[in-house]
Design a protein around this ligand. Structure first.
Ligand code: TXA
Ligand code: MG
Length: 350
């Protein structure tokens, strides 16, 4: 299959391209589209066959459910069987935006989309192109991240091209995504809502609106058979570049020293080393391929660049990566959740 790559201007979108993409979706095809978090791989969310195509294109296990994307609240009542009371305040505050909510599903949502679950994940993205596409298709659009399964989520159309070219019908390219990490997932079907995946909308921001929530312990700890994440997708190794990543943790000066000495040792053995650095530390590294992920003073820059930098290490064909770690407050919880997964929870303490 020949994948059409269509550039689209965020501020002045060519509506004929949106129409073309919506037609493909209506006919059961697949279109990758930009959102404010990462690029999604869109298909008709009410069509079991489109769901099957999505799993095939990504190489994704079929027990890992998809998120349905909507472009207005009226679409919600078509796909859920109940809207819990607490949901209203949350939707009012955070929709449209990078927050996915779990609802009991309506009968029209196929089990092929929900991975066999009785619940369905719903997200109302704030990205204008995503909204226009969903509106034009007039369908809830199933949209997992548009990467091949196991790779970092795509934050640029070029990432989607690299992973899925020839496997999908079209990509709408509106440039880099803003947030760079996937949406926060909140399960509101239980008495006390549970945060299943951390993102840019933080626990504190949600608690300010509805009071205490729980956080799935798998957000912080390595999943195992005794600690099965409530979001099925969170149990898989993920975000993994080809290189072996190790996180170095402790006092920042000592971390830099340790990474410098590890790099020297490795390079003597002919190992190609990548270093994930920050604006604050980049000039302190003596060798290795140093990439700056962001500014410690502005954690959102780290969230925004993380997946791009992980992919860049792949592109540069480094054998190992040493990475600094980041403050686990606010969006830092989401950053460290993804970084931990990409490193397989491998740490050196200094
Ligand atoms: O920001 C995002 O959410 C992006 C953009 C494209 O919207 N999408 C995304 O989708 O990250 P995906 O499929 O890569 O991740 C969806 C996560 C998976 O971990 C999946 O297991 C979980 O949501 N999930 C989906 N439906 C669920 C459900 N009914 N109950 C619990 N977890 C669910
Ligand atoms: Mg994903």
């Amino acid at each position: 299959m020949n994948t059409i790559l269509a550039k689209i201007d965020y501020d002045d979108p060519d509506l004929s391209q949106i129409r073309k993409a919506a037609d493909i979706l209506k006919r059961g095809g697949l279109v990758a589209f930009p959102t404010e978090t990462v690029y999604g791989l869109g298909g008709n969310g009410l069509d079991a066959l489109a769901g099957k195509k999505i799993y095939e294109a990504k190489g994704r296990p079929s027990d890992n459910p998809l998120i349905l994307h909507i472009s207005d609240i009226s679409m919600l009542s078509r796909i859920v069987s109940e809207i819990p009371k607490k949901a209203y305040a949350i939707m009012e505050k955070f929709w449209p935006g990078p927050l996915t909510l779990i609802f009991p599903k309506a009968d029209i949502v196929p089990y092929e989309i929900t991975g066999g679950l009785e619940t369905v994940a719903v997200r109302f993205p704030s990205h204008k192109i995503a909204q226009l596409l969903i509106k034009e298709a007039d369908l809830p659009i199933a949209g997992p991240s548009a990467n091949s399964s196991g790779k970092p989520s795509p934050t640029r159309a070029s990432h989607v091209m690299y992973d899925l070219s020839g496997r999908i019908d079209m990509i709408l390219d509106a440039g880099a995504t803003e947030v760079g990490l996937e949406s926060t997932i909140l399960d509101i079907t239980s008495e006390v809502p549970v945060l299943l995946r951390p993102g840019a909308i933080t626990r504190e921001m949600i608690e300010e609106v509805i009071g205490k929530i729980e956080v799935d312990p798998a957000v912080f700890l390595k999943p195992s058979k005794d600690l099965v994440p409530k979001a099925p997708g969170m149990k898989y190794t993920h975000y993994s570049p080809k290189a072996d990543i190790t996180l170095v943790r402790g006092d920042l000066e000592k971390v830099v020293q340790k990474i410098n000495s590890l790099t020297l040792e490795d390079e003597k053995k002919g190992v190609k080393v990548g270093i994930m650095a920050t604006t604050q530390t980049k000039d302190k590294y003596k060798s290795g391929t140093v990439l700056v992920v962001g500014d410690r003073e502005k954690p959102e820059t780290i969230g925004s660049n993380l997946f791009k930098i992980l992919r860049k290490f792949d592109f540069l064909e480094v054998d190992v990566v040493y990475s600094e770690v980041f403050d686990e407050s606010g969006e830092g919880v989401a950053i460290m959740n993804r970084l931990n997964k990409s490193a397989g929870y491998k740490y050196i303490d200094v």
